[in-house]
Structure formats: C-alpha cells, structure tokens
Design a protein around this ligand. Sequence first.
Ligand SMILES: Nc1ncnc2c1ncn2[C@@H]1O[C@H](COP(=O)(O)OP(=O)(O)OP(=O)(O)O)[C@@H](O)[C@H]1O
Ligand SMILES: [Mg+2]
Length: 161
Amino acid sequence: MDVVTCHSTSEAETEAIAHHLAQRLTPGSLIALIGEVGTGKTVFARGIIHGLGHPDLYITSPTFTLINTYTQGRLSVYHFDLYRLESTEALLASGAEEYLNGDGVCLVEWPRILLERGVADYLEVLLTAPSYEAMTHRTIQLRPYGPASQRLIQPFLCPPS
Ligand SMILES: Nc1ncnc2c1ncn2[C@@H]1O[C@H](COP(=O)(O)OP(=O)(O)OP(=O)(O)O)[C@@H](O)[C@H]1O
Ligand SMILES: [Mg+2]
C-alpha cells in the first residue's frame, strides 16, 4: 500500500499536517499514533482535534485518564493513551473498545495492545525524530492498513513547510 511521508521542522508544522488530515477524516476513522516519547504524538492529536473544529485550548495526553473526549467539532474525538495499560483484560475493562465502532474518530497513542487484538482498518501515523538532524525535525509517515484508511490519504499532499 502507498505510504505518504511528510517532513516537519516545528511543532506548528506537525500540527498543520494533522490539521490537513483532519479535513479528510470520516465517522469511525481510527488513527494509531506511533513513535518514541516526545516525538509529537500528542502534538499531532492536537492538530487533528483543532482541525475538526473543537475549540478546547488545552489538549494533553490522557496519560492518567486513558481517554479524553471532545464533542464540539465536526466529528467527536476519542483520544487514548494506552501507555499505562498492562493487559488486554485492562483494555476490555476500560470500555475503550466501544468507541472504536462508533461514529467518532479515535486517536490512539501507544496502541500496541489494541492492535494486537486486531482492528479492521486503521491509519498508522509514525513519527520519528532522526538523531542526526536538527532537534525539531520529524519524519511523519502515514501508512494505511485497510481500504478506508487508504482513502484518507489518496491523495494527500503534505502542507508546504
Ligand atoms: N517538529 C515537531 N513536531 C512536533 N513536536 C515537536 C517538533 N519539534 C519539537 N517538538 C516538541 O516535541 C515535544 C512533543 O511532545 P508530545 O507530548 O507531542 O510527544 P508524545 O509523542 O505525545 O510523547 P509521549 O510518548 O510522552 O506521549 C513537544 O515538546 C514539542 O514542542
Ligand atoms: Mg503523548
């Protein structure tokens, strides 16, 4: 499948790429945000949330709450951070899976446990910070796993930096 690769040199540019993607999202879109600590998963999530028209100013990782919900935009957003989740049982107990089949958009940081259970269709957003580049450089790859997520990025033009 086609992969789209964008380059960002600032937090604002990462938000702009996410904002652009937000315009293409549809009910049920699932975005898996993958990357090391501090690569910009939450920054990317914030760009999507604002891009969908949610007015909330402070958007932070739901590290302790597991899920943050935004309901005022074009599509509801369920923002997950599964970093602290230890087991599939804990995932099921959290009720998180119910959101996946809803009409909102799910953004999932640290999605490994969820993806291991198998999900029908998702767009992977892989953020990497090459150590040999400037501290603020990020490579952002959009990789579709399924036909619905493929439609999200066909075509996708990275916003000019
Ligand atoms: N090009 C860039 N894109 C995004 N963030 C950047 C960029 N350059 C520098 N940064 C900084 O990197 C940090 C990214 O933080 P963020 O909380 O989004 O990371 P994260 O991947 O969600 O981490 P965690 O795994 O802890 O949840 C911010 O402090 C941001 O200012
Ligand atoms: Mg985060």
